[in-house]
Design a protein around this ligand. Sequence first.
Ligand code: UDP
Length: 257
Amino acid sequence: MSEKINVRGLNFDNVTVEEAVDMMIKNAKEGKQTSVFTPNPEIVQMCIDNPEMYDVIGKGDMILPDGIGVVKAAKILGTPMKARCPGFDCGKRLISFSGKENLKIFFMGSKPGIADEAAAKMTEEFPDAIFVGTNDGYFKKEGEENDAVVEKINASGADVLFVCLGAPAQEKWINANRDRLPNVKVILALGGSLDGYSGNVKRAPKVFIKLNLEWFYRLLCQPSRIGRMMKLPKFLFGTIAYKKQLKKEAKKAKRSK
Ligand code: UDP
């Protein structure tokens, strides 16, 4: 178990990418089913705006800080975290251990064909990785269509399942279906990662990543994301205000003692 740090109502694991993946592998070896959610500031803000979402996102067994904004908020709140833990990187590192640890992987999500392309690209990069199946993310998430996908995953013998439907659909799907996937040990909610692994969406150049400006690169490539991204300043300014409020309340409590 790692240390948990509460950032605006979600308990994040205070781990590096390496530690997070070690934990996933350990849990898989012990047969402990583990769901992994990777909320970015946009998703934390979604919880703040719609508190019922805490029940959805907060159910992750591991909750990793995907965006630099979450790490910055932890610092503002006086409980700094070790590192940013991008879901994309965690997923890729787990794939790199697939052959060595005999972890069979299933990719689910994205538009038809993308999951297959992602598995092919990842096999080029990690030739010993074991892929046992794929499914696109455009099926009805209940009833017969959903049952068929659950059945397909079970029949594949997968140990690790990537669920890439975007938030919060992917977290909702995992919470609703994990009990029906008893042999899948690690279930990750990884947003647009398959689009990235397949090469259909390019990751930001290294310089942007180094300067923590990956979000800006994504905005340049997809200006339509501006609405979603405005949640980031809302989240950070909101966190500063929240911290001030906490301080005020602490002072008041001290005075009334
Ligand atoms: N998607 C899907 N099924 C749906 C809706 C979306 O598989 O019904 C996929 C979509 O094709 C994309 C991913 O979910 O690959 C969401 O990507 P986005 O970049 O919006 O997610 P983020 O990483 O920002 O959470």
